[in-house]
Design a protein around this ligand. Structure first.
Ligand code: ATP
Ligand code: MG
Length: 480
């Protein structure tokens, strides 16, 4: 996705390669069960709005689980119901500030933590707390006295791997469990893999290329790996995603470790990926959400018809900067690396403060941009689809699709990417707004297809020039 990593082992990474990927395209490329069905009901008193100080539970009340085999799982209304160690309970309450599991956590955690530790495919809305499911899964299965890798988590981008590790470090703060991020290193801090000692950290979180590299260099032993997680699993198993690497890693680990529990998490699983997933993890527990029910209720989406490209720029300057900074943080999605850079340059030249990130940047610069945004030092971030998936920042309440997401080399919408992009706002049941800038007939057609796909009508901001119209849209979204 961000940048697929080179497979050569000992070569210091040169500048990031321009490669085909949905997440972050370069401009020059543009032209182109037999299951025993048993429904697990989840109590609805989990997440009542009457609890002050708590957000309403994210919009995942439609979660229905299909469990394989005879194991009966009771959903957990409290973290205490999960037999977690005191150290992890402390991490959840004190460090994370959580008070009870969200629905996806209530349903999947018993499945993850109960022997015989069946594989799990779990789909739940963006921002509904999937990370906690697999992080708690990994932390619970690790034997703290065994100083070898026991859990591996694979993510599509280095940014997501780092974010997931930081959640694991916080949640596991009192457990003493160690972790390591397996992501490509910059030329400045590059150490050839052959010169590195074998990994002794208990949890390894990383991108597939680096994990594969470390495994084949025999620095990442997988003999004791009990749990293997794929975050954004649909992309990790998609043919145009990371399927080859993911399958190889999965097979190698299964071979060396005997039984290893596989967890696949994402907000999206299209039919093609679903069919493939069922073949990869055969006897698994499964949770899916209908695509028509995936749109976040608290997130108001709008389209803004702009007569030309210049009008799109005017909307960003006069409306988004104007309102966005008053209400929180904004992410603007742009299609290519070059147009992200160009838009950034134009805005800065005209005195608008913002930052941008895309896959051709040096890794240290990417880290800096993310840190500044996470620390709230910057308010408006321009990005390619590098940050479309998983990026979690509660203060983001405005998402702009400067360009609509399309499938690589086509004029077809990428509905999954659309959903992930807009899900950067409205985290864990928060309010948010999305503005889709529509310029050409093609944009209009793409937007219509997205609306149809999710069976969700998107209203229009009547006049792109009108301050009042944007104000009303943001008021309707509950942001003003
Ligand atoms: N039980 C909980 N109580 C309160 N907040 C929670 C709880 N679980 C998760 N959160 C918060 O909700 C936010 C979203 O969680 P997370 O990033 O895991 O979502 P996600 O389901 O992985 O979304 P995406 O599909 O977009 O990656 C995080 O900031 C997290 O700290
Ligand atoms: Mg996530």
């Amino acid at each position: 996705m961000a940048d697929k990593e080179s497979s050569s082992l000992e070569v210091a990474p040169a500048k990031a390669e321009e490669k085909k990927s949905w997440a972050d395209v370069a401009e020059e490329e543009e032209s182109e069960a037999e299951l025993k069905l048993k429904e697990l009901t989840v109590s609805d008193n989990n997440g009542s709005a009457s609890d002050p100080g708590l957000l309403e539970d994210p919009d995942d009340s439609q979660i229905k689980a299909v469990v394989s085999g005879d194991t009966v799982y009771a959903s957990a209304l409290k973290f205490e119901d999960l037999n977690l160690s005191d150290d992890l309970i402390k991490g959840l309450y004190i460090e994370m500030g959580f008070s009870r599991p969200s629905k996806i956590q209530a349903v999947t955690l018993p499945m993850i933590l109960t022997p015989p530790y069946k594989d799990l495919v779990a789909q739940a809305h963006n921002g509904s707390g999937k990370t906690t499911c697999f992080v708690l899964g990994m932390l619970s299965r690790v034997d703290p006295n065994l100083k070898v890798p026991q859990a591996i988590c694979i993510c599509p981008t280095r940014e997501l791997a780092q974010q997931n590790q930081s959640v694991l470090l916080r949640m596991g703060k009192f457990s003493g469990i160690t972790s390591m991020c397996a992501i490509p290193s910059d030329s400045s801090n590059f150490v050839p893999i052959s010169k590195r000692p074998p990994i002794t950290e208990q949890v390894v979180i990383g991108t597939p290329g680096t994990i594969k590299k470390w495994m084949s260099a025999r620095k990442l032993a997988t003999r004791d790996v009990k749990i293997l997680v794929f975050d954004e699993a649909d992309h990790m198993l998609a043919e145009d995603g990371f399927r080859d690497d993911s399958e190889r890693i999965m097979k190698d680990i299964q071979r060396s470790s005997g039984h290893c529990q596989v967890l696949l998490f994402s907000a999206t699983f299209n039919e093609t990926v679903k069919a493939f997933v069922s073949k990869v993890v055969k006897d698994s527990n499964q949770i899916f959400v209908k695509k028509e029910e995936l749109t976040l209720e608290k997130l108001k989406q709008y389209k803004v018809r702009c007569p030309d490209e210049l009008a799109k720029l005017e909307v960003i300057k006069d409306k988004i900067f104007e309102f966005g900074q008053k209400i929180g943080q904004t992410i603007i999605f742009v299609r290519t690396r070059e147009s992200t850079q160009r838009l950034h340059k134009t805005l800065v030249q005209e005195g608008y403060e913002c930052t941008s990130i895309q896959g051709a940047m040096e890794q240290a610069d990417r880290d800096k941009i993310i840190k500044e945004f996470k620390d709230g030092l910057t308010k408006v971030l321009l990005t390619t689809d590098l940050l479309a998936r998983g990026f979690d920042q509660a203060q983001v309440n405005l998402v702009i699709n400067y360009d609509l997401p399309i499938k690589y080399g086509t004029s077809e919408p990428d509905c999954e990417v659309y959903l992930h992009r807009i899900g950067r706002a409205g985290r864990f049941g928060r309010k948010g707004a999305v503005f889709n800038l529509i310029c050409t007939d093609r944009d209009q057609m793409i937007m219509e297809k997205i609306e149809k796909h999710f069976a969700h009508y998107i209203p229009e901001v009547p006049n792109w020039r009108s301050e009042e119209d944007f104000e009303k849209a943001l008021k309707d979204a509950g942001l003003l």
